[in-house]
Design a protein around this ligand. Structure first.
Ligand code: UD1
Ligand code: CA
Length: 448
């Protein structure tokens, strides 16, 4: 059965007290919305529609980046969750199949739960994901008899007996897409909030003789984020889960509580991660690589056997081949570090390729930016770049070539050649002693 995903993300998120749309606040290094999209992607949907409203332009930009195949529908004004689903209708034109509704601010749904939800479509025309809690607060209450769902009552509209119900609405729903849109169009707004409630489709479905049912999940999966405190708690929960998963899959961490992962971090078996390592989005670390303490990695790939840090920074486009070594206070950006190459200390390598087994001396800088454009540096296999070399790009250092320490290299160095690009040293015997004596005498004279 083809599936369309509708992700509701138009709400204001007033309680975040922010200029940024709620669903773009970061969780696990990526916008919160990316988590719902990733969960939904597990259903292999044919169409994905994100319904944006508040901050729609920013949400639209983020969605293009996160999931270029997703459509963004704008709901303006925001008149409730049923109204939001209807805003997705134009983007669903011509689609036949099931629709699954998710919320952009509910990041923890698991693939397994979504699979159970869609499986239940075999038994029910409308399936709602519910959870139980002794403290149901503002959640909508599910009026259920076993797995049969009779209706949903919003807390604002509920009487005392309904408020006592502990089975709550997560907001996640699945139904035939055409049926969902037809039922949403029939929803009215005569309720306490004056909104078009998606939850009302359950009663409407039953009135037509359709079957509605509930699938239960753990409350932790349906945790919605409404405040910065909840965002911080969600981040802690996310990190705790990722650390546990990493340990489970064979990653060694000496102090897991201090390691921070992103949603898409991939770390291979027998990799070793030291304390205080931060993974931004887009990082893969292969088996047996080692990331030592206090490193920051983002958009990079570390191959088998490579070592990084302590105190190294790998920025987007950094690619470390097998057994490469990047040491302390080194920054790598958009650069390939070849197999067995060593970039040991205090170095910036940007927009570059470093050949196999090359050795980059301490304090080397690829001067890649002229104030307007970026330029490339190419360093050949087994080249030896002396400490403190400034490589003014575009420039090439050939295979097996050397640069003298302290050189400012502005022209290509052929293979096997040595480039010396610094002033020749002048030695003046006794000069230092005479100079010191003069300076001391001048100071003493001035003080008296
Ligand atoms: C909703 C449910 C409630 C459920 C709860 C779970 C309804 C009427 N109520 O309540 O039963 O227990 O979620 O968290 O559905 N949104 C739009 N456009 C709108 C309104 C909302 O896109 O016009 C989006 C929001 O951005 C959010 C989601 O829909 O992602 C839920 O909206 P919210 O206002 O938070 O609904 P709740 O009152 O929490
Ligand atoms: Ca909410």
């Amino acid at each position: 059965m083809p599936v369309a995903l509708i992700v509701l993300a138009a709400g204001m998120g007033t309680r975040m007290n922010s200029e940024v749309p709620k669903v773009l606040h970061p969780l696990g290094g990526v916008p919160m919305l990316a988590h719902a999209l990733a969960a939904g992607r597990a259903l292999d949907p044919d169409r994905v529609v994100v319904v944006a409203g508040h901050g729609a332009a920013a949400v639209d930009r983020a969605v293009r980046r996160l999931d270029p195949d997703a459509a963004v529908a704008v709901q303006e004004p925001q008149l409730g969750t049923a109204h939001a689903v209807l805003a997705a209708a134009p983007a669903l034109a011509g689609f036949a199949g099931d629709a699954v509704v998710l919320y952009g601010d509910t990041p923890f749904l698991t693939d397994a739960t979504l699979a159970r939800l869609t499986e239940a479509r075999g038994r029910f025309d409308v399936v709602v994901l519910g959870f139980e809690t002794p403290d149901p607060g503002r959640y909508g209450r599910l009026l259920a008899s076993g797995d049969d769902l009779l209706g949903i009552v919003e807390a604002k509209d509920a009487g005392p007996e309904e408020l006592a119900i502990e089975l709550c609405n997560s907001g996640v729903m699945a139904s035939d897409c055409a049926t969902l849109l037809r039922l949403c169009a029939a929803v009215g707004n005569a309720n306490a909030a004056g909104e078009y409630y998606l939850t009302d489709i359950v009663a409407l479905a039953r009135a037509e003789g359709l079957r509605a049912g509930v699938v239960r999940c753990d409350m932790a999966e349906t945790l919605g984020i409404n405040t910065r405190a909840e965002l911080a708690a969600a981040e802690a929960a996310f990190q705790a889960r990722r650390r546990a998963e990493m340990l489970e899959t064979g990653v060694t961490m000496t102090d897991p509580a201090t390691v921070h992962f992103a949603l898409d971090t991939v770390v291979g078996r027998d990799a070793v991660i030291g304390p205080h390592v931060v993974f931004g989005p887009g990082v893969t670390v292969e088996s047996g690589a080692e990331i030592r303490a206090f490193c920051h990695l983002e958009g990079c790939h570390v191959s088998r056997g490579a070592t990084v840090g302590p105190f190294a920074r790998l920025r987007p486009g950094a690619e470390l081949a097998e057994d490469a070594h990047v040491g302390n206070f080194v920054e790598i950006k958009n650069a390939l570090i070849g197999a067995d190459a060593k970039v040991g200390h205090l170095t910036y390598i940007g927009d570059a390729a470093v050949g196999e087994a090359a050795n980059i001396g301490a304090g080397t800088v690829t001067c890649n930016y002229d104030g307007v454009s970026k330029h490339r540096t190419t360093i050949g296999a087994r080249a030896f770049v002396g400490s403190g070399t400034m490589l003014v790009a575009p420039v090439q250092v050939g295979a097996g070539a050397m640069t003298a320490a302290g050189s400012t290299v502005t022209a290509d160095v052929p293979a096997e050649a040595l480039a010396v690009a610094r002033a020749r040293q002048v030695v003046k015997p006794g000069f230092a002693a005479r100079l010191m004596a003069r300076l001391r005498a001048a100071k003493a004279g001035g003080a008296g």
